[in-house]
Design a protein around this ligand. Sequence first.
Ligand SMILES: [Zn+2]
Length: 187
Amino acid sequence: MTSREDSCNRGIAFHFHHDTLAESCSDYNGRVEDIKQFKPKAEQSLRLRVFRLIPDDRLPSKLKTAYEIYDQAEKAYIRTWEIYDKAWEVYNKTEETYIRAREAYNKTEKAYNRAEKAYNKAREACDKAREARDKAEKTHDQAEKVHLRVLEAYMPQLEHLHKELCPDCPWNGQTIFTRQNNAGQWY
Ligand SMILES: [Zn+2]
């Protein structure tokens, strides 16, 4: 529906252009200003005299309805342009921020990749060292058991050897602290 204010300035006009009988006009006053400002002086009075909006109530009703539908669609279309322009502005701003963030991200990604490589290398080295340690531990434990068994087996021989190599020894089979002089010294 066209409002009263609109109907004075938009509608279907005769001779919007000099070579057209009738066409839609969305800004009658604006077109009048254009004619006064830009058209040759010799054309102006004729153009202004014949350029006129057709009164609503004189339009054939089918044409009037078709024009009103078109007019509403055009207004809706203009509103979508306005929304698009605003959205584009926001998009443009976020694009700058996005590009800066991506640069920062790429830098940190490189640092991250370097750190990841170093971490993986160190972990491999640590795993190898742990394997070697565990292997050495088994070897050690086995050798220790064998050593203790052999030591135990040779104890009688060692006792004989002790009598020979450790003269005047206070060892009683349990401890070396078995003799004490008057001064309290163990000997
Ligand atoms: Zn001894």
